[in-house]
Design a protein around this ligand. Structure first.
Ligand SMILES: [Zn+2]
Ligand SMILES: [Zn+2]
Length: 247
């Protein structure tokens, strides 16, 4: 499967780069994971938004859903080169926030589908498992298995450190982790530090760690170095807009 970073900042966009959003592709299936600010424009560098097959959301904070409304408008108003309207877009999300969940459904444009976090969810070529995170609002980490290859991507979504991440990420081919903080900010109740991400990668024997939900301040290469200090055989990378990662 191919992961493309569309936005990688936490909280707010800056320097021509948006907030949390990723395109995951397999077998010609195009899944958008979170839809942060500026993600729709960045998506156009890779794919016509009409070609998206599904959307999967971790939670309803602005930096993860800011472009969802304009994505719905795009699918309402835009026509493809043959003059055809987009198909109904399934948006998989949790329904622990009723007001936001209702907004996922937009007549003839999109349909909200609640995932049950105790059960697996199948979306095209992917099977998804969910884990509730440590965050001020209900938020779910996503373990995404490509059915054809068995390859696994774990996305921590937004979370403070939880021991459960070690088991949830076990032997993942790629861990896309919330590293909003530099080392020294461990045990925060909203986000993780580079050190904590590295620690999960080591304990879970993760092959590739991609640090994301990045801070706007400081030297981001320090995050990589701090995570590397914790890891043994894991490749550690920074999420970068418009970059492809093959899993
Ligand atoms: Zn966030
Ligand atoms: Zn959040």
């Amino acid at each position: 499967m191919k992961l493309t970073v569309l936005g990688c900042y936490g909280g707010y966009p800056t320097n021509n780069t948006g907030t949390s959003s990723y395109l995951l592709e397999s077998d010609d299936f195009h899944l958008l994971i979170d839809a942060g600010s500026y993600s729709l424009l960045t998506l156009e560098n890779h794919l016509d938004p009409l070609e998206l097959d599904a959307v999967l959301l971790s939670h309803y904070h602005h930096d993860h859903i800011a472009d969802l409304g304009v994505l719905q408008f795009t699918r309402l108003l835009k026509r493809d080169k043959h003059g055809n309207k987009a198909s109904l877009l399934p948006i998989y999300s949790h329904d622990e926030d009723e007001i936001h969940f209702k907004q996922m459904t937009f007549e003839n444009v999109s349909e909200g589908i609640a995932y049950n976090h105790d059960e697996k969810t199948t979306i095209g070529p992917f099977v998804i498992q969910h884990m509730k995170t440590l965050h001020p609002v209900p938020c779910f980490a996503l373990k995404i298995t490509e059915r054809s290859s068995g390859k696994v991507l774990v996305f921590t979504a937004d979370s403070g450190f939880l021991e459960e991440f070690n088991a949830f990420s076990e032997a993942a081919d790629c861990l896309l982790a919330d590293s909003n903080f530099y080392k020294g900010m461990e045990n925060h109740s909203v986000h993780m530090s580079s050190k904590e991400c590295g620690s999960i990668a080591r304990k879970a024997k993760v092959k590739k760690l991609i640090l994301t939900h990045l801070p706007q301040e400081g030297n981001l290469d320090d995050l990589v170095q701090e995570a590397k200090e914790e890891t043994v055989d894991t490749e550690v990378l920074l999420a970068k807009k418009d970059t492809h990662y093959y899993i």
